[in-house]
Design a protein around this ligand. Structure first.
Ligand code: SF4
Ligand code: SF4
Length: 409
């Protein structure tokens, strides 16, 4: 499988890993040694999917991904990307010890291929469950050291602790895993926390990368598969280190706000706001936090570039953000800042909107109609320009033509 290869010393793009540039990272990486820290090419990579306090929504989102799809990762049909062996509790055909064996091999360093750990759901304090004689979330059994001869369930957080040091990357998927999410909301009876809170800020994978965070509740599946594909290309030694922001999010996916790509942003700009669900205007007054939330669902869609919160009529509740849910609740209530920005938009809109309608009416007519006075549309009678429309457009057209040769219309 593997061909030994020197780590590259330069990359086509500058990245950022925990405050160091790609060049600094490459120097540090080159100073390390050992099979665990080398880049590929590799024929295959194992992906271990661990689940904590989760609803499985992240898994559902990911199997719906299309760009790239899970199938293309599993079959190795993406050029340059190694075949992915996915170990997932719900998708795996094997069960019992046959399922668990690769986990054990990975912790013993006997897998014979690099691996990535993906964690879905937040991490609860298992000692609270143990005190009640149970567990919150676990995968597989092993002998209980406290009671020889008896089996105990192994919490998925324990697997994470064991496997993270040897992983090429640890990827937290979904807001529960990235920031704690719903289980860690106010009250938090299970003392739940995120993967990075659990592993600590000093955690680094064998590639020197802190926990990679792909948030969302549920996340956009394509955001996850694209990030994994980018990491795998990097692991192969043929792609640049993907750029992450200060929160460990793929920077190219989370740098913009929802609002900037929202299909309703034009309504916001004109100060037209929905009064109730189902209205077509901007949803800020019925509880949309889009102007301050980092999320790309408005441009990428939920699945196969279709859907996405505002596209289907739902206001943004900030589900990708570290402050979610406590700093965005109560949901479906206008954010306080709306008073200032919404009032400003209404003021501007009350002036700009009528002017735009005049130009819209004017542009919605053939020049010949106004020249001959004959409208040829059999569908109805498009409103003719009013006296005010004509008046405004005498000045408007003069300005429009002032720096062009198109003076004939
Ligand atoms: S619905 Fe939300 S994201 Fe869209 S324009 Fe209104 S405030 Fe912005
Ligand atoms: S638009 Fe808001 S609520 Fe919808 S997925 Fe993005 S962050 Fe979550």
């Amino acid at each position: 499988m593997a061909i030994a290869q020197e780590p590259p010393t330069s990359f086509p793009q500058a990245g950022n890993v925990a405050g160091v540039s790609q060049e600094e990272w490459a120097t540090q990486f080159a100073a390390q040694s050992g099979a665990a820290t080398r880049l590929g090419p590799f024929e295959s990579v194992h992906v271990f999917w661990l689940a904590g306090m989760s609803c499985d929504g992240c898994s559902i989102a990911v199997v719906g991904a299309t760009m790239p799809s899970v199938e293309s990762l599993l079959t190795g049909s993406l050029p340059g990307v190694p075949i992915v062996y996915l170990h997932h509790t719900a998708l795996q055909i094997e069960a019992g010890e046959a399922y668990m064996e690769p986990f054990r091999k990975a912790t013993r360093g006997e897998l014979g291929a690099p691996y990535v750990v993906v964690y879905e759901g937040s991490i609860a304090d298992e000692s609270k469950a143990m005190a009640l004689g149970g567990y919150w979330s676990a995968i597989g059994e092993e002998e209980d050291p406290a009671r020889p001869g008896e089996a105990r369930q192994v919490p998925s957080a324990v697997w994470l602790k064991r496997m993270a040091p040897g992983a090429a990357a640890v990827v937290a998927i979904g807001t529960c895993a990235t920031w704690g999410g719903i289980p860690a909301a106010y009250g938090n009876p299970t003392a739940s926390m995120s993967v990075q809170d659990y592993l600590g800020r000093d955690y680094r994978s064998t590639l020197g990368v802190p926990v990679v965070n792909v948030p969302g509740c549920s996340p956009v599946g394509d955001n996850f598969t694209e990030t994994v594909a980018a990491l795998l290309l990097f692991l192969q030694g043929i792609g640049p280190l993907p750029e992450f922001d200060d929160l460990g999010r793929p920077a190219w996916l989370f740098s913009e706000t929802v609002h900037r790509s929202c299909t309703r942003a034009g309504y916001y700009e004109e100060g037209s706001f929905a009064k109730e669900y189902g209205d077509r205007e901007c949803l800020v007054e019925v509880g949309c936090w889009g102007p301050v939330v980092n999320c790309n669902i408005t441009s990428r869609g939920a699945i196969n570039h279709i859907g996405g919160c505002m596209n289907v009529g739902g206001p943004c509740i900030g589900c990708t953000m570290p402050g979610f849910p406590d700093r965005f609740s109560p949901f479906y209530k206008a954010p306080p800042g709306t008073f200032v920005s919404g009032t400003a938009s209404k003021l501007v809109g009350s002036f700009v909107r009528p002017l735009r309608r005049i130009t819209q009416r004017y542009g919605n007519r053939e020049v010949a109609w106004d020249r001959t006075g004959l409208v040829t549309s059999g569908w109805g009678a498009p409103k003719g320009p009013t006296f005010l429309d004509r008046l405004v457009h005498v000045a408007y057209d003069r300005m429009r033509r002032s720096d062009t040769r198109a003076k004939h219309i």
